[in-house]
Design a protein around this ligand. Structure first.
Ligand SMILES: Cc1cc2nc3c(=O)[nH]c(=O)nc-3n(C[C@H](O)[C@H](O)[C@H](O)COP(=O)(O)OP(=O)(O)OC[C@H]3O[C@@H](n4cnc5c(N)ncnc54)[C@H](O)[C@@H]3O)c2cc1C
Length: 386
């Protein structure tokens, strides 16, 4: 398989890699996907905002997802701290910026299944194994798996997650950090409607977020200290549901757990550059976010869209130095500004420093009272203006 040189090989079949492969193929490139078959079942949901839905439409999978997803029409922020200076309640309504919804909350399992089916329908070749080695050379990169052979391509989409081997092969360094927090994630059913409102209670340990799912169902993302996450995850179903009811101030009524619990330690990671040696970083290979403000995969899909655009604009050699420079330029502002914003937001929640708490309160007050500022924030939350 090694002799023929493909235009593009995408390593990793998470949602970001699958979208990148589809968009590159749509632009006429020969594409091979190097990834193990049968991704693990995942009960998490992802809030796909603004441009992400357009990218999923472009990838041709939105019709398969629309009725499995819940619209997010209002984003509500509640100061759930017991601090001296507290922020006002702020509600962002999609109609204030002329949209029906900010986006849709999509179960991961349906998202990946729809993308997988689209990859097969598009005739994208698969090499079903983990990439064991990735070796860049002047004209192409060779990707070798343990027992599914090897493949050569002019451009590699490194979508192999936070411990990306392809990123190491490109020699792209990352900055990594951790937070004294963990996210407990579980799906629930409830007795009162969520009215398509996503509510984020900001607490001293991080946000407690309720994200709508279709019907009387929601996903909970509860960010607390690691010991508290451990304690909560060991409670029986009734006790945990009661904790959630207290934390949600009963706004969605009686709660019943509706799935398995997962705990994710919170960390962050970002590369300093996003492409080198015929390898471009996509999704968590490029950036890892704490699950705050629903940014991670939204950014990953914008990476995939930029990757597709580079393939379209550099058909002769999509892995050329000019193509890689164009990709890096297209992604650096968006990724670094989001990383900084999410990190700052999280740290303002954790700080005990009164002036910072006051600034946060004043900031949210101003956002609520100044319509032009509020609309600017809403637009910026959906897609970057760079
Ligand atoms: C609790 C929680 C809630 C979240 N909520 C949201 C949200 O609401 N909105 C949002 O936008 N984001 C959210 N995120 C972030 C989002 O889940 C991630 O950004 C996204 O899943 C990353 O997708 P990916 O395709 O980049 O990486 P992954 O899904 O990690 O995929 C990487 C793939 O590469 C494969 N792989 C690894 N090594 C190799 C190799 N050597 N060869 C071949 N394949 C390999 C892996 O098997 C895996 O399938 C959340 C994250 C968490 C933890």
């Amino acid at each position: 398989m090694t002799e023929e040189i493909r235009d593009v090989a995408v390593v990793g079949a998470g949602p970001a890699g699958l979208v990148a492969a589809l968009l590159a193929r749509q632009h006429g490139a020969s594409v091979v996907l190097v990834a193990p078959k049968a991704p693990p079942r995942d009960e998490r949901t992802v809030a796909m905002l603004g441009q992400s839905v357009e990218i999923l439409e472009q990838a041709g999978v939105w019709p398969a997802l629309a009725d499995k997803s819940a619209p997010l029409r209002t984003m509500r922020i509640v100061d759930g701290t017991r601090r001296l200076i507290r922020a006002p309640l702020v509600e962002f309504h999609a109609h204030e910026i002329g949209r029906e919804a900010f986006g849709y909350n999509i179960p991961n399992v349906h998202l990946v299944a729809a993308l997988d089916a689209a990859v097969d329908a598009a005739g994208i070749e698969r090499v079903s194994g983990f990439a064991e080695s990735v070796e860049p050379a002047d004209d192409a990169v060779t990707v070798t798996t343990a027992d599914a052979g090897s493949v050569r391509a002019r451009l590699i989409g490194a979508a192999d997650g936070r411990r990306s081997r392809a990123r190491d092969a490109a020699g792209l360094a990352v900055r990594s950090w951790s937070y004294p927090q963990a996210a407990l994630v579980v799906n629930i059913s409830h007795s009162l409607p969520h009215d398509d409102v996503s509510t984020e209670f900001h607490t001293e340990t991080g946000p407690f977020t309720i994200v709508p799912m279709p019907g009387l169902n929601s996903a909970i993302v509860c960010v607390v200290g690691p010991a508290e996450a451990e304690r909560l995850s060991k409670l029986d179903d009734d006790a945990l549901a009661a904790e959630f009811e207290t934390r949600s101030r009963s706004i969605i009524g009686k709660i019943r757990l509706n799935g398995q619990r997962q705990v994710f330690p919170l960390s962050g990671q970002t590369a300093r550059h996003f492409a080198a040696r015929r390898i471009a970083l996509i999704g968590e290979a490029a950036h890892v976010f704490p699950p705050i403000g629903a940014q991670g995969l939204n950014l990953g899909l914008r990476d995939a869209a930029a990757f597709g655009a580079v393939v379209r604009d550099h058909r002769a050699d999509p892995g050329s130095a000019a193509a890689l420079e164009a990709y890096d330029r297209a992604r650096v502002g968006d990724i670094l500004s989001r990383t900084t914003a999410v990190d700052a937001l999280n740290r303002t929640l954790l700080t005990d420093f009164l002036p910072i708490q006051a600034l946060r309160g004043i900031g949210l007050y101003a956002i609520d009272r100044v319509p032009i500022l509020k609309r600017a924030i809403m637009h910026q939350g959906l897609a970057p203006r760079l």
